[in-house]
Every structure is written in structure tokens, then in C-alpha cells.
Write a protein that binds this ligand. Structure first.
Ligand code: NZQ
Ligand code: ZN
Length: 385
């Protein structure tokens, strides 16, 4: 069992109409609010109007057009807007792309240099503006972590900005705001949640408590996703997904476990950086290949444990065979929820042209994948891709 430190300062409000708590929660943080949103889903759903109404006694500046895989150019634009309007607080309405862009802006407002510097050197992060988040998708866990992910269009890099100062002050999880999420984004979000659990669960040295948290989260997502896809307005299923999303990345699943370098995320971020693909869909394609690559005599027991406890696979006495069944059950799940089966099918532009460059970049800019569940070297990254 490993030592650990856990810091989770965000207040989470959950349930229908929990957004009614927003005015009181934001109250002491200032009058001038930057309301950030994406391509318009929050206008269609009525969320933006509701927020305007709830905050009618404040000065609101709107900043829209944040795209999936948010770009550093948009962060720069947001920083200028904050300075010009003397913004006190940032309120993110939408999925994580909006929230991560908000986090990066919050960190960069007080920094004189270029916002991309803060990705490369987090010690440059000083005071950050307070962030509030109303979530409309279940996927990344950004609502309960201190991480943002930003893409640099010029350098083909997609990297994290991370600091304890970037936890939202409060996040609002109303499942009804996720009713309008498309099937594709619902499935991709589920795959992302699953991957966050896998990245922490599949280590050689875990512990029973967090194994249990992880297995419970996995069962919840495997059961709730098909329900939410069939019946978009199923409150229970949507709520389950929101909860599983929130607890995926903040560190709870990693306490006292061996550290993991999150190999599937390393590889997916390279693909998004080059091809702007949907994060969760990319992960769902990578995961089964990573699992098959990682199966060996040391790791088979854990893959089999996952199969017994999450998929109710019967113990056949052959650990390797049971591990394989668990891996194929996972691949089958992703196919059934409608994720394309290969990178080529996901995006016809993807060939092996940049795979070597991606592997080199991971070696330079990410944690060491040789410390993964099964060690992955440069050639291993290319093999998985
Ligand atoms: O822009 P709008 O119109 O809002 O549409 C969005 C967007 O097109 C749409 N959407 C969101 N809520 C909706 C909705 N459409 C209809 N109804 C709703 N209620 O969904 C599309 C995708 O949104 P996005 O925010 O990009 O999705 P997601 O929340 O999955 O975020 C993905 C980003 O988060 C990063 C990913 O790499 C990617 O950049 N991640 C962030 C992490 C973190 N901060 O901790 C960790 C993750 O591992 C991940 O890397
Ligand atoms: Zn993720």
C-alpha cells in the first residue's frame, strides 16, 4: 500500500434544479461574471436563459464558441475579455471543453506571459479566478478535479494544465441538463468514464477499498449507458453517469495504490492533437488494443478479477482464458453502444503517418509509460496505435 495525499475542495450540488443554489454559492465572489459556453447547446436547452435570470443582479459578460478539444487561441481571447471587463468569477456552462477552457483562462488572467507557458511550467500559475461549473455532459471528471486540457493548434500538442487552484469552487450536476446529449456523445462520455477508472484500477499493486470503488463505478456505467441511450430522459441512468463522471479523476480512485501513467490517455491525447477526434471515442478504440497488449502472466489475474466482479464471468480455473473473456466483453460493450470499431472508421484521415512522432512526443511530454500495468515502450505505443 502506497502513501497518498488527497485534496478535493469543490462543493458539488447534485439533482434536479440544484442550479437554484448558484446565486448563493457565487455570492461572495464578486459582481462581474464571465459566462462561458460552447456552440449553442445551452441556448437550445434553456440553461443560458435560466442562468441569466438567476444572476440578473450581476454584470454578465458572455464568451461563446468554445469548441470540443478547446484551443489555446480561444484561451487567449478569453483572457483579454476578462481583463477588459474586470471579471471576478468564471462560470462555465456545458461540457468539459467549456470548463477546461474556463480553467485555463482563470489561471492565465493573472499571468503576464503567454497562457501556453502554464501548461509547460505549472510553477508559473499564480492567483486564479474562482470557477463555477454547470455541467451538461457526463464524461471527464473535470467538475471535481484541478485539471484542464488544452490543444495547441500550431504545435499539434494536447496537454494538461494542472493545479490545486483550478478545482471549481462549486459544480452543479443536474441530470436533466444531459437529456439532450447525442447518442454519440453519451457513448463517448461513458467510454471516457470507464477509461478513467481503468487507468487507476489496472495497476499491479492496488488495494481492496479502491478496487471496490472502481468495480462499482464500472458496473454502474456498464448498466446505465444502454439505458440512457434507449431512453434519453431516464433520470436515474443520467444521474448515475453524472456521479460516475464526477468521481473519476479527482484522486479518490487512486488512494494508496501504485501510481499509473494513464497510458490510454497519453495515446488518445496524441490522436486528438493531430486529428481533433472525440476524446472518449478515441479511448474506446484504444482500450481493447491496450488491454490485449498488456495481458501477460503478471496482469492476467487483475483482468480476470475485473471479469468476475464486473461482468459476472464464471471462474473457469484458467486465469488467462477468463482475462481474455473480460477483455472481449469490454470491446463488445463499446461496439454495442455505437463507437466505431477502428481509428480509420472514426476518422478516415487517420493513417500511421504520424504514429512515430506521437510515440516520441509521449516519451517527452507525458509520464513514463514503462511504469504502466504492463510496461509500454516507444514501439509498444506504435503497436497499440
Ligand atoms: O458546444 P456545445 O453546443 O455545448 O455542444 C457540445 C459539444 O459539441 C455537446 N454537448 C455538451 N452538452 C450537451 C451537448 N449537446 C447537447 N446537449 C447537451 N446537454 O457535446 C459536444 C462535446 O462536448 P465536450 O465538452 O467537448 O465533451 P466532454 O465533456 O467529453 O469534454 C471533452 C474534453 O475534455 C478533455 C478531453 O480531452 C476533451 O478535450 N478531458 C478533460 C479532463 C479533465 N479536465 O480532467 C480529463 C479527461 O480525461 C479529458 O482529457
Ligand atoms: Zn478522459
Amino acid at each position: 500500500m502506497y502513501p497518498f495525499s488527497l485534496y478535493l475542495p469543490t462543493r458539488i450540488f447534485g439533482g434536479e434544479n440544484c442550479i437554484d443554489n448558484l446565486p448563493a454559492a457565487i455570492n461572495s465572489y464578486g459582481k462581474n461574471i464571465l459566462v462561458v459556453y460552447g456552440g449553442g447547446s445551452v441556448k437550445k436547452s434553456g440553461l443560458l436563459d435560466r442562468v441569466r435570470n438567476l444572476l440578473k443582479d450581476r454584470m454578465i459578460t458572455e464568451f461563446s464558441g468554445i469548441t470540443p478539444n478547446p484551443k489555446i487561441s480561444k484561451v487567449r481571447e478569453g483572457v483579454k475579455l476578462c481583463r477588459d471587463n474586470k471579471i471576478d468569477v468564471i462560470l462555465s456552462l456545458g461540457g468539459t471543453s467549456v470548463l477546461d477552457c474556463s480553467k485555463h483562462i482563470a489561471a492565465a488572467v493573472g499571468y503576464e506571459g503567454d497562457p501556453w507557458d502554464l501548461v509547460k511550467d505549472p510553477s508559473k500559475i499564480g492567483n486564479c479566478l474562482p470557477i463555477f461549473a454547470v455541467m451538461t455532459m457526463s464524461a471527464t471528471g473535470s467538475e471535481y478535479d484541478g485539471v484542464g486540457v488544452t490543444s495547441n493548434e500550431e504545435t499539434h500538442e494536447k496537454l494538461m494544465i494542472a493545479s490545486d487552484k483550478l478545482f471549481p469552487v462549486a459544480s452543479f450536476l443536474d441530470p436533466t441538463y444531459t437529456y439532450t446529449v447525442s447518442d454519440y456523445q453519451t457513448a463517448s462520455g461513458a467510454a471516457d468514464i470507464i477509461s478513467h477508472v481503468f487507468e487507476q484500477y489496472f495497476v499491479l499493486d492496488g488495494n481492496p477499498l479502491t478496487d471496490g470503488f472502481a468495480e462499482s463505478m464500472l458496473r454502474t456505467v456498464f448498466q446505465s449507458t444502454p439505458v440512457a441511450l434507449k431512453d434519453h430522459e431516464n433520470y436515474e441512468a443520467r444521474y448515475n453517469l453524472m456521479l460516475a463522471s464526477a468521481f473519476g479523476c479527482g484522486g479518490l480512485l487512486a488512494i494508496a495504490r501504485a501510481p499509473s501513467p494513464w497510458p490510454c490517455h497519453a495515446i488518445e491525447h496524441e490522436l486528438s492533437a493531430w486529428y481533433d477526434i472525440t476524446h472518449g471515442a478515441g479511448l474506446a478504440i484504444i482500450i481493447p488494443h491496450w488491454m490485449r497488449y498488456s495481458l501477460n502472466e503478471k496482469t492476467a489475474v487483475k483482468f480476470a478479477q475485473y471479469g468476475y466482479r464486473v461482468w459476472n464471468i464464471q471462474n473457469s480455473g484458467d486465469v488467462n482464458a477468463d482475462a481474455n473473456k473480460a477483455i472481449e466483453a469490454t470491446a463488445d460493450f463499446f461496439r454495442k453502444i455505437g463507437i466505431p470499431a477502428s481509428l480509420k472508421e472514426l476518422d478516415s484521415r487517420i493513417t500511421d503517418e504520424h504514429f512515430e512522432k506521437m510515440a516520441d512526443h509521449i516519451s517527452k511530454a507525458w509520464w513514463d509509460l514503462k511504469l504502466s500495468f504492463a510496461p509500454i515502450d516507444r514501439d509498444g505505443i506504435v503497436t497499440i496505435l
